[in-house]
Design a protein around this ligand. Structure first.
Ligand code: ADP
Ligand code: MG
Length: 258
């Protein structure tokens, strides 16, 4: 009997197994330690908001989850695939984990529709017609299907970010990572993007969101994490986290946001 190599390298992927398991994760940029002994287990369907001061390692942590960054020590398992166990697992996980960046990162020379079709066709080998249908389905879901033939520069920032979300969804990810998705937007466009993210959460998507939008965190987060200096300093359900933060650094940080 032949063994599927994907299955062979997959440790635990049953429905009730955590979708992300991080233990003892440490990372350095040169001599600078950016992540210090990170431990985090995320259940399927869980929504986690990560906040903390600039430079605390938030982006680096979530970028490790889809292997945009490598780490030197510890264990990181996503949907049963150990990211320390080789390139094949990394490729598999990248296709399963969608990411939305602060700066949208749409391809400027492709239309909205083509932006959404690219990864399914290139990575999954989806046929053009099917990729078009997929693109329209998710562009409709983020309420921007009427802009499908435009180029990114012809859209507002909020519209571009919704396209970026649709583009990620076209890969039917199991996890969505958001890295400050509303920080580059004019204030009047923040809501349309947050509303889209709330919709995703309501549909049961597993989400890790780096954001300082505390209204969003209160509304959708199962847990809020506060990071400082490469460590998870505090973690809890939104209500106690905001009402009664335990750590002085969390208190000081939340105090500044008010
Ligand atoms: P955050 O997202 O919380 O603002 P980052 O994860 O982007 O923090 O960065 C954490 C620290 O790591 C910062 O001090 C930053 O300067 C440093 N850093 C991030 N990326 C790199 C890199 N590619 N090379 C060297 N240092 C980096
Ligand atoms: Mg960042």
């Amino acid at each position: 009997m032949s063994v599927n190599p994907d299955q062979r390298s997959r440790a635990s992927a049953s429905a009730d197994a955590p979708i992300i398991e991080i233990a003892g994760l440490r990372k350095w940029f040169g001599t600078f330690q950016v992540l210090q002994d990170i431990a985090l287990t995320v259940a399927r369907g869980e929504r986690i908001v990560i906040c903390g001061p600039s430079g605390s390692g938030k982006s680096t942590l979530i970028r490790c989850v889809n292997s945009l960054e490598r780490y030197q020590e510890g264990r990181l398992v996503v949907d049963g695939y150990d990211l320390g166990a080789g390139q094949k697992n990394i490729d598999t996980v990248r296709a399963e984990v969608g990411m939305v960046f602060q700066q949208f990162n749409l391809f400027p020379h492709l239309t909205v529709m083509e932006n959404c079709m690219l990864a399914p066709m290139k990575v999954r080998g989806t046929r053009k017609k099917e990729a078009q249908e997929l693109a329209m389905r998710f562009l409709t879901r983020v309420r921007i299907a009427d802009q499908a033939l435009k180029y990114p520069a012809q859209l507002s920032g909020g519209q571009q970010q919704r396209v970026a979300i649709a583009r990620a969804l076209c890969m039917t990810p199991k996890i969505m990572l958001f890295d400050e998705p509303t920080s580059a937007l004019d204030p009047e466009m923040v809501k349309e993007v947050l509303d889209t993210m709330v919709g995703l959460a309501e549909d049961g998507m597993t989400m890790l969101c780096v954001t300082h939008e505390m209204g969003f965190a209160r509304k959708v987060a199962d847990r809020v994490i506060f990071m400082d200096a490469g460590q998870i300093v505090e973690m809890g359900k939104p209500e106690p986290f905001f009402a009664n933060p335990q750590n002085p650094r969390t208190q000081a940080f939340l105090g500044q946001l008010l």
